[in-house]
Each structure stands twice: as structure tokens, then as C-alpha cells.
Ligand binder design. Structure first.
Ligand code: UGA
Length: 471
């Protein structure tokens, strides 16, 4: 099928590469001329596993890039809108980019086309897009508007797209439902997964083929907001439980295991830490609350979900202060700048927010991140932050080490080397990457989230053998 994707951000670019991988002819349009030139020249603008391979495989064959929305729309049976929906100062979603694209699509339509909303949008956006397209069409033309929310996560975007838990199609006509079903057929029939060069499944437990859920457009729009809000709530919930664990001396890892083994709850997204960030959860939780408000329902729970999240970061800051006593003039090594491991994205990153707070308190920061340093350099310009080439360089002569992002490599550090590099063997781990007893044995004071803080295990200096009888 001939598919156009408008927007080349995380969702748009990954969807473009993956639809091409499924065998469709894809044209990806963006009004950022520099980005289009870079993509056409073979550059990969984001750090995402398998994306470079897929772009190399399909660029110039099944996948092309253009700065002209007209070119993209005129040749396509299906047009996806995958542009940003950032938050307004009031917390609802700014839909002006979606509206602008809908207007332009209207101007260009010449054949029956299915216009599909893939950005995360509030309920009723499909209806509004439909009205804008119709108002701007030059002549009466047939079209449908559908919702096909995307559930990919940054860092695992390609495998999330190709091996989803479900595919949701929200349409209000049979005709568009059939077309979108056809689009996903290589996945829903299982054909894609039998191909010798298919991207490999990320785990043995994924359901192949993925189930297809067909709903009304309103339901599909709500599924996306409700899913993100629920996941954010799940993390805030376990963070709150972690705080209780700290108060009573329990271990949140054990609690998570015991709670998560209940299949109604599940282990995933039950990892406590310094809070959720990124470009989706913070904005979507706010936007969903705004949607509820608009329909006359006060979804106060979502306010609390965000409050717990903000408080989680502040608690960790207090933990740093309690461990180090005074902060002024301290040199702190920071591992992790991205909002989570596996990505170079620093939007709404709890790590960046904490660095700002610590810098305000006159700490000197030596930071390392495997992928996000270029972006962080721009974001933190002018602050007392140096960027290092390895975790050990960051740790060199530091008063303490902070782990703020859950990169796999931060959970596999050479601990004796780390201890030797640090001025004091103190680690504050905001992502619970190490067992507490291991860190104590390795000679660290180790504070984490929802688990007891441990001190270095004292090794006996000499062993005394007592022989003979007491006098
Ligand atoms: C999230 C959703 O997981 C995707 O399903 C959705 O498609 C996407 O938003 C979106 O709307 O575009 P993403 O923001 O890429 O994906 O990242 P997540 O893996 O969900 O992580 C979000 C935040 O929660 C990160 O800061 C992460 O560190 C934190 N997190 C996640 C935890 O603190 N604990 C966990 O157990 C899981």
C-alpha cells in the first residue's frame, strides 16, 4: 500500500521505517528541510535500536523523505498524522500542529484517502480533523478519519512497533477499517514473523500474531490516554510504596516481587526510582486530566499521580543531602542524563531536573551518559557541569556517585575500579541497579530507593584465635 507519514519525530520516523519493513511504499514528510536533507542523506537523527538497519534497508527503495506534504498526500491511500502535541501552559494538548496538517491535507486531497491520527490526542480529535479537512478541500472528495494510537516506547521503539501487545484501530466506517486492517495484515496474519530477515522478537513471551482491536474513534483515543495515565499511576503507586518501605525498614524489591507475581497486577512498570519523565507521561497525564475536566469529571487521581512523581525527585535530593550533609562545593559524579536507559532523549528527564537542583546548591557535577551527552550539553550550557567520557572519569575524585538513569551498563560497573576512583565510596542509586548487600561487601555506603541504606562491611583487621582455658 502507498502510505504517507506526516512528521519525522520518534513516532513518525519509526512508523515510516516499520511500515516499509512490512512491505509498504512509504513517504515521510516533514517541514523541517534540514531534517529531511539529513534523513535523505542517510543520517539517523535519534538513538534507537534497529532503526539504522531498517533505514539502510529501505531508504531509496520502499522509503523516501520529502519536504512537500502535497507530494506525500497526493500519492497515498493512507496518510498518518504523527506531529507533536506539546502541552499548553494550562496542561491540555496543543493541537495547532495537528490542525495545520489537517488543513493542508484537505487542500491536497484528490482521491479517497484514509487520514489516520497517530499522535497522542484528546478524545474527539478525529471528529475535529474530519471537519477541518472537509472545510479546506477544494472540491467534494471522499475521505475517512481514523485513530491508530501508537504504544511504542523510546529505546525499544522498533520492536515495540513490530511486536506490539495489541494494534488498536478506531474508525467509524467499514471502508477505512478494512483498509487499515490490510495495512497491518503482514503482522496480524503472522506473515512478517516468518520472514528470514525479520527483526527478531524481543522476548519469548510476546504474542504472535498480535491481536487487533477495532473500536470507535473515541474509544481508540481514550485507550491511548488511559494506557499512559495508568502506567504512570502504576509507577507512582510503587514509588509511594517504596517510601513506606523506607519508613519501616522493608525492601521494595521484595515487595514488588510479591505484589507483581499476582498476574492481575504484573511485574512490569513496577520499578521504583526517582520518578517517570520523558515526552509522553508528564504531558499525557496532564492532558487526560484536562480532557476529563472538559467533560465535567474531576479526575483528581491524576493530579495525585503527578504530585507523587514530583515529590519522588525531591525526596531523592533530600537523601543526597542527608548522606553528604552539606552540598556546597561538593563534587558529584552523575551517571545518566536521559529520561531512561536506551535513549538519547532528555525531555522531562528527572536526571536533568536533579542536576539543576544540585547545581543551584553549588555542587560541581561531572556527568556521563552513553547517548544523551550532546543534547544535555546544550540543555545545561552555562552550568557547572563537565561531561566525561566514562563512568570512571566522572567518578574520579568525586565526593559521591549518583546513578540517575537505568542504562544497562550502569548496572555492570567495575566496582573495585569505581571505589578507587571516588574520593569517598558513596553511591546514591536512584534506579536500584545493585543488590544492597553486594554494594556493602564491595565497600560502599549505598543508598537507593525503598531499600535500607547500607554501610561498607567492615572486614576484620586480624583474626584472633583463642586457645587454652580461661583463668
Ligand atoms: C511511554 C509508554 O510506555 C509507551 O507505551 C507510549 O507509546 C509512549 O509513552 C508514548 O506515549 O509515546 P516512553 O515515554 O518512551 O513510553 O518510556 P517508558 O518506558 O514508558 O518510561 C517512561 C518513564 O517511566 C521513564 O522515565 C522511566 O524511567 C520511568 N519508569 C518506567 C519507571 O520509573 N519505572 C518503571 O517501572 C517503568
Amino acid at each position: 500500500m502507498r502510505v504517507a507519514i506526516v512528521g519525522s519525530g520518534y513516532v513518525g520516523l519509526v512508523a515510516s521505517a516499520c511500515f516499509a519493513e512490512l512491505g509498504h511504499e512509504v513517504i515521510c514528510a516533514d517541514n523541517d528541510a534540514e531534517k529531511i536533507a539529513a534523513l535523505t542523506a542517510g543520517e539517523v537523527p535519534i538513538h534507537e535500536e534497529f532503526l539504522p538497519e531498517l533505514l539502510a534497508r529501505h531508504r531509496g527503495r520502499h522509503l523516501s523523505f520529502t519536504g512537500s506534504l502535497a507530494e506525500a498526500v497526493r500519492n497515498s491511500e493512507v496518510v498518518f498524522i504523527a506531529v507533536g502535541t506539546p502541552p499548553t501552559p494550562q496542561g491540555d494538548a496543543d493541537l495547532s500542529y495537528v490542525e495545520a496538517v489537517a488543513r493542508e491535507i484537505g487542500l491536497q486531497l484528490n482521491n479517497y484517502t484514509v487520514i489516520v491520527e497517530k499522535s497522542t490526542v484528546p478524545v474527539f480529535t478525529c471528529q475535529r480533523v474530519r471537519r477541518v479537512v472537509a472545510m479546506n478541500a477544494n472540491a467534494p472528495v471522499e475521505f475517512d478519519v481514523a485513530s491508530n494510537p501508537e504504544f511504542l516506547r523510546e529505546g525499544t521503539a522498533v520492536t515495540d512497533f513490530l511486536y506490539p501487545d495489541r494494534i488498536v484501530i478506531g474508525t467509524d466506517t467499514e471502508r477505512s477499517a478494512r483498509i487499515l486492517q490490510r495495512l497491518y495484515e503482514p503482522m496480524t496474519s503472522g506473515a512478517y514473523y516468518g520472514r528470514p530477515n525479520a527483526i527478531a522478537s524481543p522476548s519469548a513471551s510476546v504474542r504472535i500474531p498480535p491481536p487487533l482491536v477495532i473500536t470507535s474513534s473515541q474509544s481508540a483515543e481514550l485507550i491511548k490516554h488511559a494506557s499512559n495515565a495508568f502506567l504512570a499511576m502504576k509507577i507512582s503507586f510503587i514509588n509511594a510504596v517504596a517510601n513506606i518501605c523506607e519508613a519501616v525498614g522493608a525492601d521494595v524489591t521484595q515487595v514488588c516481587q510479591g505484589v507483581g507475581l499476582d498476574t492481575r497486577i504484573g511485574q512490569r512498570f513496577l520499578r521504583p526510582g526517582i520518578g517517570w519523565g520523558g515526552s509522553c507521561f508528564p504531558k499525557d497525564v496532564m492532558a487526560f486530566r484536562a480532557v476529563a475536566q472538559e467533560c465535567g469529571y474531576d479526575f483528581g487521581l491524576l493530579h495525585e499521580v503527578t504530585r507523587i512523581n514530583d515529590e519522588q525527585r525531591n525526596r531523592f535530593l533530600r537523601k543526597i543531602r542527608n548522606t553528604l550533609w552539606t552540598l556546597k562545593g561538593k563534587r558529584l559524579a552523575v551517571l545518566g542524563l536521559a529520561f531512561k536507559g536506551g535513549t538519547d532523549d532528555i525531555r522531562e528527564s528527572p536526571a536533568i531536573a536533579l542536576i539543576r537542583d544540585l547545581e543551584q546548591e553549588s555542587c560541581a557535577i561531572a556527568a556521563y551518559d552513553p547517548a544523551a551527552m550532546d543534547r544535555a550539553r546544550v540543555e545545561l550550557e552555562g552550568l557547572n557541569v563537565t561531561f566525561c567520557t566514562s563512568p570512571y572519569e566522572a567518578a574520579h575524585d568525586a565526593d559521591a556517585l549518583l546513578i540517575l538513569t537505568d542504562w544497562d551498563e550502569f548496572g555492570a560497573l567495575d566496582l573495585p575500579r569505581l571505589r578507587n576512583a571516588l574520593k569517598y565510596p558513596i553511591v546514591l542509586d536512584g534506579r536500584n541497579l545493585y543488590p544492597t548487600d553486594l554494594m556493602a561487601e564491595q565497600g560502599f555506603t549505598y543508598a537507593s530507593v525503598g531499600r535500607p541504606t547500607v554501610a561498607p562491611v567492615q572486614k576484620p583487621l586480624l583474626s584472633v584465635t583463642v586457645t587454652g582455658k580461661a583463668q
